[in-house]
Design a protein around this ligand. Structure first.
Ligand code: HEC
Length: 131
């Protein structure tokens, strides 16, 4: 094979690789958000409610600092105006709480909230925070 031919083949190969990468990226982008939610939620059915889905998440990740039952140093600096241990408080602070939870800004000190829990929380907000 002459060096000219080899260079031409290498160029074709390079374009094929670039094309493949674009095709793969295209497929990723085509995934419907609803589909992603279905995959992530698996066994969850019916409306997302505070009592059934959100309370356990808040208890697991937030209420060790953000509870009306926790005062003083136990709050680790969590503002007293931000509690999540009752439905009233969870509803009042839910939107801001969700924004921080989605970006990973909360909980401070982990553990990290799972994708499924993040989707549940977002759906709860989208459905107007039902009890
Ligand atoms: C280890 C203690 C701790 C945990 C756990 C924790 N937070 Fe916080 N939170 C803080 C502290 C400290 C602040 C105040 C400083 C700041 O805003 O970064 C705060 C502030 C907030 C605020 C008010 C932010 C503002 O702009 O004033 C919200 C809302 C909040 N947290 C939500 C949550 C949610 C939702 C979770 C659970 C997913 C959570 N936090 C878990 C300590 C905690």
């Amino acid at each position: 094979m002459g060096s000219q031919t080899r260079i031409r083949w290498l160029m074709i190969l390079r374009w094929l690789m670039i094309l493949t990468i674009f095709l793969l990226m295209g497929c990723g982008n085509k995934l419907d958000p609803v589909q992603i939610r279905d995959v992530a939620l698996g066994d969850v059915s019916g409306p997302i409610t505070y009592t059934k889905h959100i309370k356990p998440i808040l208890e697991k990740y937030c209420n060790r600092c953000h509870s009306s039952q926790v005062q003083g140093d136990g709050r680790n600096g969590a503002p007293i105006s931000f509690n999540f241990d009752t439905y009233i408080d969870a509803k009042a602070n839910g939107k801001l709480g969700n924004a921080l939870l989605q970006t990973g800004a909360m909980p401070i000190g982990g553990p990290e909230v799972s994708d499924k829990e993040k989707v549940l929380f977002q759906l709860w907000i989208d459905q107007d925070l039902p009890e």
